[in-house]
Design a protein around this ligand. Structure first.
Ligand code: 3H9
Length: 721
């Protein structure tokens, strides 16, 4: 073995019997990215591969333990000012990978760990791809999630390799594929155990030189070629994809359409045109406001992943290997389902066997979904369920490290279970409450060890909703907070730490929005118009549909708690109260604001509900603008108050909490980014106007008025989350 001889920044070159093994390991970074330094080094390496006659083949492998290449360096997108700047970045990426594809010697990509975006585009330009069968090995083009499109040839090479339908699925959904699936679609040529990756890659490189193995064309190369020759089939696939994208994005996200255009251009007019169009559209997309917000959210979530949740240095979270759950209802079972999937031993308690049994069935259903999708094997499925135990008393709670209560939202019930469980818990155990509205400090009043009481507010359905709100009470010890944060991250959640107060952060900003929607109905607005206006704004569902989903009784109970705490500003709508009094609890009772069939499938608005509103059956016109302004501005104003009151620690947490907790439109970046976009001065002016029409409800938060006077922003230009 001989050394490479080139001065190296991130790539170590070893030449093994004519095969150059190129090990990429960007110094000081947790993942490899194709940053400027790496790109410059690749240029030099490709040049050497071209000229050095002693090299017959090459292997590209990563030196990181669990990452191949995470893509282009997203940091480099931040200073891009014009579409032309971004187009140049794409062009230079394309040219680099073009020279890799054409280089004199075969290059084998040896993939272990995440191979994403520009990382996959690099692998696509290699002659042969081998991936490891490790769960950390995933391949994907997540660019549209950042509001951009693959810009280093991905829109051109991927369809050629795996065929149009599979390529569109990967590009438009940003879905990662695992090695097994990648082998099936022809994205990789071979799957091996990580221990032999390098050895097999070097062997394949030699075989490619000898001609005993041919460079890959993908398993579906023939099918792809067929597609190329069949413009009608191509047109149909593209048309269907465009319709699906339109339905999914509701027109708010331009990148998937741009990606479709780039793919289509390459297929219809050849790859030279295709590459040109890809670069042009990458440039256009990279400087859209949508992309800026999505990139911001990417950095906000990675910053939160590293955040221990406490400011005190040296605080260590307590280990959690056994979890107790009180309450086997929807939330309790939901939490159990994610906990067992992370390997935690779970003991779930409820008042009687029937409820515990129902909880078990709910956990089983969630885990079964993964089995059906073949994400886990039957043995893994059984091993996962074996971690769950049930009880109707506190047996087995004597050795849990963390207990999460998810019982009825009533202070007396919470106090009772806290007293009961504390009597059997070990001294070190943390007691977390999944309350959604009651202050933690009030719950902790019943505790013998109040410093070990913390809030862990999960969102429903727990296995799908990405946010966890950790709430610190007055007495909560820092290591208890750190424990809740660390465990929440282990469950795969994005965690924000908030201070105590009614509704904490997420529900505190949600209720002014829901109440305002209800008041619009009180005044005579049509239910479907209120919902439609807010879906058009970018929420996943409208506020009235949300009430039906959550349960009118639950929503109205929580709304009442918020009203008691904050009075007028949180006055619930008369319609919601009346609907609940009439037994309209939403989907679960098959009677709510909407109609539901026998199976609980939602139909149109149940017009009979209008009789219960102060305006009676007659409905009047409200513009989408008015609906959006009143509901959303109420939310923004309350978010600013939460920051002012110290409920949230930063605008970043407020943005992430709203996006990941209630589906605030990601393309708007979150409430604080959105306020910056509107301009705080304009927001204050419009709040003032609304406050004249609806006295007391829209009084601008003091913080907003102050910012409006100083002209400052929540996120000053150039700041990083
Ligand atoms: C692209 O490729 C465009 C091309 O088509 C064309 C160009 C012309 N850039 O998430 P983690 C940082 S677009 C910069 O906590 P994990 C991250 O910020 C790119 N930084 O680790 C964090 O930094 P810090 C398409 C990046 O193990 C640290 O690495 N690619 C990048 O949970 C650790 O990250 C993507 O969208 C990046 N590309 O997950 C992939 N990636 O320590 C985005 C990571 O300072 N990345 N960082 O806080 C991911 O999905 C995950 O980070 C990954 C690792 C799965 C790789």
């Amino acid at each position: 073995m001989t050394g490479g001889g080139l001065p190296s920044y991130a790539v170590r070159t070893e030449i093994q019997d004519g095969v150059a093994v190129l090990t990429l390991d960007v110094p000081g970074e947790p993942v490899n990215t194709l940053n400027r330094g790496v790109r410059d080094e690749f240029v030099a390496i490709i040049d050497r591969l071209e000229r050095d006659a002693s090299i017959e083949a090459a292997v590209l492998i990563s030196g990181k333990a669990e990452n191949f290449i995470a893509g282009a360096d997203i940091e480099e997108f931040l200073p891009l000012e014009t579409a032309a700047d971004a187009e140049r970045l794409s062009r230079s990426g394309q040219m680099l990978l073009d020279s890799l594809e054409r280089v004199r010697v075969p290059v084998v990509a040896a993939i272990h760990g995440a191979c994403l975006g520009g990382g996959l585009e690099t692998a696509l330009a290699c002659s042969y791809r081998i991936a490891t069968d490790h769960p950390k090995t995933v391949l994907g083009l997540p660019e549209v999630q950042l509001g951009i499109i693959p810009g280093a040839g991905g829109t051109q090479r991927l369809p050629q390799l795996v065929g149009l339908p599979e390529a569109l699925d990967m590009i438009l959904s940003s879905r990662n594929v695992r090695a097994k699936k990648a082998l099936k679609t022809g994205l990789v040529d071979e799957v091996v155990h990580p221990a032999i990756l390098r050895q097999i890659a070097v062997r394949r490189a030699r075989e490619l030189v000898r001609g005993t193995r041919r460079p890959s064309r993908g398993a579906t190369g023939a099918r792809a070629a067929l597609m190329d020759r069949n413009p009608l089939g191509r047109m149909l696939v593209l048309k269907k994809a465009r319709e699906t994208v339109q339905k999914r994005t509701k027109g708010h996200y331009p990148a998937p359409f741009a990606a479709l255009r780039a793919v289509e251009t390459g297929l219809a007019r050849g790859s030279a045109e295709g590459y040109r169009e890809e670069a042009r559209l990458f440039g256009e997309m990279a400087v859209t406001n949508v992309s800026r917000q999505l990139v911001y959210l990417f950095f906000a979530s990675t910053a939160l992943k590293k955040d221990p949740g406490v400011d005190e240095p040296g605080v260590k979270p307590r280990p959690v290997s056994k979890l107790g759950i009180l309450g086997a209802g929807f939330m309790g079972a939901g939490i159990a389902s994610v906990a067992v999937q992370q390997g935690t031993l779970v003991r779930m308690k409820d008042a009687d066997h029937a409820r515990v049994g129902k909880g078990f069935a709910a956990v089983r259903k969630v885990v079964e979904e993964r089995l059906k999708k073949r994400q886990i094997t039957r043995t893994q499925f059984e091993d996962t369920l074996a971690l769950l135990g049930g009880t109707v008393d506190y047996s087995g709670f004597g050795n849990v490290d963390l207990v999460i209560e998810a019982v009825f939202e009533d202070i007396n019930v919470k106090h009772q279970v806290l007293r009961e469980v504390e009597a059997v818990l070990p001294e070190h155990a943390v007691f977390a409450t999944n309350t959604s509205t009651i202050p933690i400090s009030r719950i902790a009043e019943a505790a013998a060890r109040p410093s070990q009481v913390v809030g862990m507010h999960f969102f429903s359905p727990v296995h799908k909703m990405p946010l966890l709100e950790v709430i610190t009470g007055e007495a909560t010890a820092p290591d208890v907070t750190a424990t809740a944060v660390a465990y929440g991250k282990k469950l795969g959640k994005t965690v924000i730490v908030v201070n105590d107060g009614p509704g904490f952060y997420v529900n505190r900003i949600l209720f002014p929005y829901i109440n305002e929607a209800g008041r619009l109905i009180d005044q005579g607005a049509a239910i479907h118009e209120v919902d439609r206006a807010l879906v058009d704004f970018g929420f996943p569902v409208g506020p009235i549909t949300l009430v039906d989903e959550v349960g009118g009784d639950v929503a109205s109970h929580a709304a009442r708690i918020m009203f008691d705490a904050f009075s007028d500003r949180f006055e619930p709508s008369k319609t919601l109260d009346a609907a609940v009094a009439a037994g309209r609890y939403g989907r679960k009772s098959k009677k709510g604001f909407y109609l539901y069939d026998e199976k609980g499938e939602k139909g149109g608005v149940d017009e009979s509900v209008y009789e219960l509103t102060p305006a009676g059956a007659a409905r009047s016109e409200f513009s989408a603008d008015e609906i959006q302004q009143r509901c959303v501005f109420a939310m923004l104003n309350e978010a600013a108050r939460c920051l002012e009151d110290g409920i949230i620690r930063s605008p970043r947490d407020g943005d992430a909490g709203a996006v990941f907790g209630i589906g605030f439109p990601p393309f708007r970046g979150g409430p604080f980014r959105y306020i910056d976009t509107i301009g705080v001065e304009i927001l204050v002016q419009q709040l003032d106007e609304l406050n004249v029409r609806f006295p007391g409800r829209f009084q601008p938060a003091e913080l907003l008025s102050r910012l409006a006077r100083s002209g400052a922003k929540f996120h000053p230009a150039g700041s990083r989350p």
